[in-house]
Design a protein around this ligand. Structure first.
Ligand SMILES: Cc1cc2nc3c(=O)[nH]c(=O)nc-3n(C[C@H](O)[C@H](O)[C@H](O)COP(=O)(O)O)c2cc1C
Length: 200
């Protein structure tokens, strides 16, 4: 691998539009990434976006660009090894099930294994978690991962940028994810001061 890649996991939490927007941005910005979608991640793509599989996802995000897709059952694939020099891993959206598997080091899927590797290699792990309300189990799992250095990024868009549609809310979350991937982008809105927000 010449340029270090990101790993992007998509799991079965509500929020498939975030994943579509994130993957589309990575294609557009030519950011290399290995993508792993769980079985319920595919289910949520179908349920929330009408995307019925990899080909339809590629159509929705403008082609494969520098993305490569891996089977979530294949714990022998490239993202499973610490010797593959990734920048880090983003799970968007991240279900409570996957959160638990990662917090407990289960490695029962490629997403869980790649997360385990990301933690042991001290690389960046970003989990765009989504559930409400949160149980003590969810909170403990998040705290455990945060203490290990993971970025816990709830899929909870702000409203201070005056969103006009759902796309603006999706962009709010995806922009923050890209920030934490150190990807330069022009998505969403950046707060520059209260006056401007009130007047603009
Ligand atoms: C329509 C639908 C919405 C769901 N929303 C959530 C959610 O927001 N958060 C969550 O943790 N699980 C949610 N789930 C449940 C997960 O998909 C389920 O626990 C699954 O086993 C997670 O597996 P995965 O992490 O391997 O994708 C949802 C399931 C369905 C079918």
């Amino acid at each position: 691998m010449s340029e270090k890649r990101w790993i992007v996991g998509v799991t079965g939490a509500s929020g498939a539009p975030y994943a579509v927007r994130l993957l589309g941005a990575l294609v557009e910005l030519n950011v290399p990434a290995d993508v792993i979608v769980s079985a319920h991640g595919w289910r949520l793509f179908a349920h929330e976006t009408g995307i019925g599989g990899e080909q339809e996802l590629l159509q929705a995000i403008g082609g494969s660009g520098s993305l490569e897709f891996y089977d979530n059952g294949d714990r022998g694939a490239r993202p499973a090894s610490g010797s593959a020099p990734y920048k880090g891993l983003v799970i968007c959206p991240c279900s409570m099930g996957s959160l638990s598997g990662i917090a407990n080091g289960n490695s029962r899927s490629l997403i869980e294994r790649a997360s385990d590797v990301t933690l042991k290699e001290r690389r960046r792990l970003v989990a765009v978690v989504r559930e409400t309300p949160l149980s003590a189990i969810h909170l403990e799992n998040m705290l455990k991962l945060a203490r290990l250095g993971a970025v816990i990024m709830p899929a909870s868009p702000g409203f201070y940028h005056g969103p006009r549609d759902v796309g603006d809310l999706v962009d709010f979350v995806v922009a923050r994810v890209l920030d934490h991937m150190d990807v330069e982008h022009a998505i969403g809105y950046r707060w520059t001061g209260e006056e401007e927000a009130r007047d603009g």
